[in-house]
Design a protein around this ligand. Structure first.
Ligand SMILES: [Zn+2]
Length: 78
């Protein structure tokens, strides 16, 4: 089973549609059981430009939050 960190790491590719079918399915399964990741997923879908204020309004574990911030830092200029 995929973990939150892997989930976030793969999210960019997930949106790009560049993941293989098995990995995409693993992510879909994870989203069904992990509300924090779904919350991020939905926010990411609505606005591709996330700021820290938005992140702070989502109730997610600190570890995930930290990963998300790094993720956004890496991708915000793309
Ligand atoms: Zn998760």
């Amino acid at each position: 089973m995929i973990c939150c960190k892997e989930c976030i790491d793969l999210l960019y590719d997930y949106f790009e549609g560049s993941l293989d079918q098995d990995t995409t399915q693993s992510l879909d399964e994870h989203f069904q059981e992990c509300p924090p990741c779904v919350a991020f997923l939905n926010t990411y879908k609505v606005t591709t430009v996330l700021c820290r204020d938005t992140l702070n309004q989502i109730e997610i574990p600190d570890e995930v939050r930290h990963t998300l911030k790094n993720f956004l830092k890496e991708h915000k200029n793309e």
